[in-house]
Design a protein around this ligand. Structure first.
Ligand code: NAD
Length: 448
């Protein structure tokens, strides 16, 4: 197999998105970040608060399964490249494994283990009948053609085979993937594993286009959930959102929908960044136009109505709200010292390092944690899965109404735990989740 090429960077070569374009300014400054260890330390702290039995804490400290597949794909040039794909299944005591598929050049086993665990806490906090999983492929989807992307996705899901399924493990979009990726995944699954009962396996993935069994409201669901939680926080803090300023990192599915939906509440986007760099516009960006621009051009680079600024200057912009909606570990101590906002709402998973979080807390900047804030996506994914099982199609209004109620219930569960245990919101989210998981283990006990 001499003609198989490895697409990933050599071990130890921590390339950044800007390196790929030959620029020198790093956009990911903390490359040796141990995300999984960070998640384990939150688990340990919350288990103490929640009085979680030691054997349950220990089960939850590692995933149940770590699946790695290698698969060849024919590229447009006629060459073959070997890809490495992962699916980490963290826990399924509450229901089928559930979580996104990430296509990114920095995908790693340890980060996916952390992200899969966060899915377990998220589903438990939101009272969904799902466990936690995460997966992906280590490559840059921007480097390949649409046809290549389709073949990579299809070979990946073919390689996963019956390791996924509508009652077993249900993938969804994440960074670098979208509704189209899920449509290819569904089609592959239906034509291989699920070929004898195609309709019965519609729910094998969520975040699909509405035309192939997706739900109304899924595309904006994560952004909508983030905006609901910001609203609940504002209500409690008597903070009028009208006329306030937002800075946002990441203008993909999550970030762009947050910006558009917050603009409906009178919040203006004054600073924005993505993998290509950062822009400022003190008058406020037209969030719709920027969304259309990014959909057409793949990034904010070259958008005419904004001036370029450095990453450092972006973090010190005067604003009221900051929503990180890109990748993990973006707010370390330096960024946390620089931020001039009242609230950080974690749209991305794990955007604040523990050191960054400590600085924000010391400076009196509130944090709404990922486990709750971005749970709107998996919540509406659950609605999609229920509709698939019942052969139903709910209206957008119905989905929106249910989502708002679900986010409010999650917020109240978090607040209640934080008050009862005198802890911050992140540990409260973990605590609520652990209580629910521990009840399930207590009733079922450990086999045999
Ligand atoms: P996406 O691929 O649609 O967008 C990702 C954005 O991040 C893009 O704008 C990209 O340019 C930017 N980005 C990538 N690398 C960057 C870097 N080094 N510096 C600055 N910006 C960078 O992905 P998404 O679905 O919007 O996911 C964003 C975050 O939200 C992730 O942490 C993901 O896990 C989380 N999340 C997504 C969903 C969902 O439903 N899609 C649900 C819950 C949580």
């Amino acid at each position: 197999m001499n003609d198989l090429k490895q697409p990933s960077a050599p071990p130890g070569a921590h390339r950044t998105a800007s390196d790929e374009r030959g620029q020198s300014s790093a956009v990911e400054p903390h490359s040796r970040y141990h995300f999984f260890r960070v998640i384990q330390s939150y688990l340990d702290a919350a288990a103490k608060l929640a009085g979680t039995p030691e054997h349950v804490r220990s089960i939850l400290s590692e995933p149940k399964a770590e699946i790695i597949v290698h698969f060849p794909v024919r590229m447009d040039s006629g060459e073959y490249r070997l890809f490495k794909g992962y699916r980490i299944q963290h826990n399924n005591i509450l229901g089928p494994y559930k979580g996104g598929m990430r296509y990114h050049e920095h995908v790693s086993l340890d980060d996916l283990k952390a992200l899969a665990a966060v899915m377990t806490w998220k589903c438990a906090l939101m009272d969904l009948p799902f466990g936690g999983a995460k997966g992906g492929i280590k490559f840059n989807p921007r480097d390949v053609s649409r046809d290549e992307l389709s073949r990579i996705t299809r070979r990946f899901f073919h390689a996963l085979g019956s390791n996924i399924g509508p009652d077993y493990d249900i993938p969804a979009p994440d960074v670098g993937t979208n509704a189209q990726t899920m449509a290819w995944a569904l089609d592959t699954y239906m034509n291989t594993v699920g070929m004898v009962s195609k309709q019965a396996v519609l729910g094998v993935v969520t975040g699909k286009p509405v035309s192939v069994g997706g739900t109304h409201g899924r595309e904006k669901a994560t952004g909508q959930g983030i905006v609901h939680t910001i609203r609940f926080w504002a209500e409690r803090n008597k903070f009028d959102l009208q006329g306030k300023k937002l800075i946002l990192q990441g203008y993909g599915n999550v970030g762009s929908n947050v910006a558009v939906l917050l603009s409906h509440l009178g919040v203006s986007l004054v600073g924005v960044g993505d993998h290509t760099g950062y822009l400022v516009n003190p008058e406020g960006f037209n969030t719709y136009r920027l969304k259309q621009y990014v959909e057409k051009n793949g990034s904010i680079a070259g958008y005419p109505n904004g001036s370029k600024i450095s990453r450092e200057d972006f973090f010190s912009l005067q604003a009221d709200l900051f929503v990180p909606a890109a990748l993990e570990n973006q707010v370390g101590p330096a960024e946390a010292e620089a931020l001039q906002v009242r609230l950080v709402a974690e749209g991305a998973n794990g955007p604040c390092s523990p050191e960054g979080e400590a600085v924000l807390q010391r400076r009196g900047i509130d944090i709404l944690p990922d486990v709750l804030v971005n749970a709107g996506g998996v919540t509406v994914s659950y609605y999609e899965w229920v509709q698939n099982r019942r052969s139903e199609q709910w209206t957008l209004e119905e989905v929106d109404e249910r989502l708002e109620r679900a986010m409010r219930d999650g917020y109240e569960r978090m607040e209640h735990f934080a008050r009862a245990h005198h802890c911050d919101f992140r540990l409260a989210c973990y605590g609520v989740a652990l209580e629910r998981l521990a009840r399930a283990y207590e009733a079922r006990e450990i086999f045999p």
